[in-house]
Design a protein. Structure first.
Length: 199
């Protein structure tokens, strides 16, 4: 692997709603770099790699852990993200990062995972992948803002349909705040809303 990297033991699967990260300790190619890392630039390098794997890049976060940097990457797809998916894209991302030395002179650990159920629903694809889930969201209309709880029955490019107290209500995205998935014990998730091996 580039940069003489090595892989940590494969992590155990997590329960639904938790994360199932694939971690791979990496040492970036040593070239001149400033004292901080640009998350946007790192994301620009990662985005085409993640897209080629049929996934969406959700977030990129860099935090300091002593002299090492922890690079946390969250990816998602319509089919969910399995441990094998995370491992495969982790290898591709590591190679891409080392090829352009975007991590500069910092040794780092790359962690790739899928979102947990605590991920707020802020984008059309988030709502679509959560069809069948019970959510709570603040809805703003002419009467002001009020919290609404309901099950997502449909989501398209224009808005979301929720089942609220036995009735279906349609909401445009402009009226919705960030949706929060409600944890339901004993209720099997919709296939599109579920995540692979623990997200």
């Amino acid at each position: 692997m580039p940069g003489g990297s090595r892989h940590a033991p494969k992590p155990r699967g997590a329960a639904e709603g938790g994360r199932s990260p694939q971690t791979a300790p990496r040492r970036a190619v040593k070239e001149a770099a400033g004292p901080s890392l640009d998350e946007d630039r790192i994301a620009d390098v990662m985005r085409p790699v993640v897209a080629a794997a049929g996934m969406d890049l959700e977030t990129v976060r860099v935090t300091a852990a002593g002299r090492r940097r922890l690079l946390r990457v969250v990816v998602d797809s319509d089919r969910g993200v399995s441990l094998d998916d995370a491992a495969a894209v982790s290898r591709e991302l590591s190679a891409a990062l080392d090829a352009v030395a975007v991590m500069g002179d910092f040794p780092y650990t790359l962690e790739v995972s899928s979102p947990g159920v605590d991920r707020p629903l802020t984008d059309y694809r988030h709502w679509r992948r959560a069809v069948g889930r019970l959510v709570r969201v603040t809805v703003t209309d002419s009467g002001g803002a009020q919290p609404v709880s309901g099950r997502i029955s449909a989501a398209d490019i224009d808005g979301v349909t929720l089942e609220v107290e036995g009735a279906r209500r349609r909401f445009p995205y402009a009226a919705l705040g960030a949706g929060a998935i409600q944890v339901e014990f004993g209720h099997p998730p919709n296939e599109l809303g579920a995540t692979g091996d623990g997200h």
